[in-house]
Design a protein around this ligand. Structure first.
Ligand code: ZN
Length: 242
């Protein structure tokens, strides 16, 4: 089986369209979404509708959650709050109802899928360092945990002697005696100094994981965000992937 795993779309329709076209070429069997369909960008409704049409499993991210539970906004910075409030104004009743079906974590075939971390997904705590990865490895037993949330693709590895490393290679051969926390990066707001969208493809027949990057019309999304009155800071960061 081949799986595409996408995360952090953030209402970026141009990025999502380009990623879905690439997924079509990758000939995957299933597509899973790890959350944050909305927030930051200018096309929340279009993105929710495309994700619902194209994804076989959809998890909740912190921005999706905040649209339904605005009390969560105390944890958001000024620009993210502005964008969530803008999103709440734009979103249709039907799409808001869809976001209210909270799913924080799924376990399928010895793999955990979650937005932020496997330990306490609903706290939205980040995994940004090897120490945070080591703590999280002690909190689950499955072979792989796929996450998003930081918008920075990286793979943390635990070997059979409990030694820990990380890998930023695009292609990783997965070993049966190792365990992995794999961050698939972000479709709609990459933050690793590369403005191209990121997502992962996991192939169970070859036991490989591949990080895929696809360019999209960043200028078009940038222009839409400025015209919508979304914070300039959020529009500008797309141009550099930061
Ligand atoms: Zn996000």
């Amino acid at each position: 089986m081949r799986y595409a795993i996408i995360s952090d779309i953030h209402s970026n329709l141009e990025a999502l369209t380009s990623v879905l076209e690439q997924i079509e070429k990758e000939q995957v069997d299933k597509t899973y979404c790890l959350g944050d369909i909305v927030g930051y960008g200018p096309n929340p409704n279009e993105c929710i509708e495309l994700i619902r049409k194209n994804c076989d499993m959809i998890l909740t991210g912190n921005h999706d959650y905040a649209c339904v539970e605005p009390s969560e906004l105390v944890y958001f910075n000024r620009f993210a709050t502005q964008a969530v409030n803008w999103t709440i104004d734009q979103i249709t009743k039907e799409n808001l109802r869809f976001l209210s079906n909270f799913t924080f974590k799924k376990i399928l075939n010895n793999i955990i899928y979650t937005h932020a971390n496997p330990h306490t997904p609903e706290t939205w705590e980040y995994i940004l360092s090897i120490d945070e990865a080591i703590f999280n490895f002690s909190q689950f037993t499955e072979h792989i945990c796929f996450i998003g949330h930081s918008h920075q693709p990286i793979t943390y590895i635990e070997d059979e002697k409990q030694k820990y490393t990380f890998d930023e290679e695009r292609e990783i051969a997965l070993q049966p005696n190792c365990r992995y926390i794999i961050n698939v990066g972000s479709v709609g707001q990459p933050r690793d100094n590369n403005p191209a969208s990121a997502f992962g493809v996991f192939d169970t027949s070859t036991e490989t994981y591949e990080l895929i990057r696809t360019g999209y019309n960043v200028e078009k999304t940038h222009k839409k965000m400025i015209e919508a009155g979304l914070p300039e800071f959020l529009a500008d960061r797309l141009l550099t992937g930061r």
